[in-house]
Design a protein around this ligand. Structure first.
Ligand SMILES: [Zn+2]
Ligand SMILES: [Zn+2]
Length: 182
């Protein structure tokens, strides 16, 4: 059983890669992580991989779809963190999903933590400290009399065409305030 983390991704450096090349490299990294899982679970199916996750989540292991989803915006902005941590993190979920009794395990419970530590040699951190502002589906900040609201690009476009939104708490009209605190 290997306990050192997957080696750093050196080939040409991640920062220089185009989006396509980055996704291609991520697929190969998923493959590396999957092969390591085969050492302890030889029948683990190879996961499908999609780069279609939005919002604040970096990744997701999805049993229904049969694979792993990654957030392409966060991937592009946090390349090394994805290769070092996010991909093994989701692969550890994938492995635990396929253990007997998987239904009884908590998502980041003892089994997942054991895979992170003893198979991937990583601290079992649950959250990633990424700047998710760019990846948020509701990036437009509005103020009323009582709080900050986040509007989607679609609703913001309606405002620009003259529609008005009111806060249902204070009834005041929402005003676009780009630098309002989240
Ligand atoms: Zn997780
Ligand atoms: Zn209000």
């Amino acid at each position: 059983m290997g306990v050192s983390p997957l080696p750093p991704w050196l080939e040409g450096g991640l920062d220089a890669l185009s989006t396509d090349a980055l996704h291609e490299a991520a697929l190969r990294r998923v493959d590396e992580a999957w092969r390591r899982c085969l050492e302890v679970h030889p029948t683990l199916p190879r996961p499908g991989v999609w780069f279609d996750l939005r919002g604040a989540s970096a990744g997701q292991a999805h049993m229904g779809r049969g694979g792993l989803r990654f957030n392409p915006i966060l991937l592009s902005d946090n390349r090394a963190a994805f290769f070092d941590d996010v991909i093994p993190h989701e692969m550890a979920h994938w492995l635990v999903f396929h253990l007997d009794d998987a239904r009884r395990f908590k998502p980041h419970g003892r089994e997942w933590q054991t895979v992170m530590c003893e198979l991937f040699g990583l601290p079992p951190r649950v959250t990633h400290r990424f700047d998710v502002q760019k990846a948020q589906p509701a990036p437009y900040r509005y103020r009323c009399g009582c709080r900050t609201h986040a509007l989607t690009p679609r609703r913001h476009a309606w405002v620009l065409k003259g529609r008005r939104y009111r806060c249902r708490h204070c009834q005041q009209r929402l005003v676009h305030t780009p630098h309002a605190p989240g």
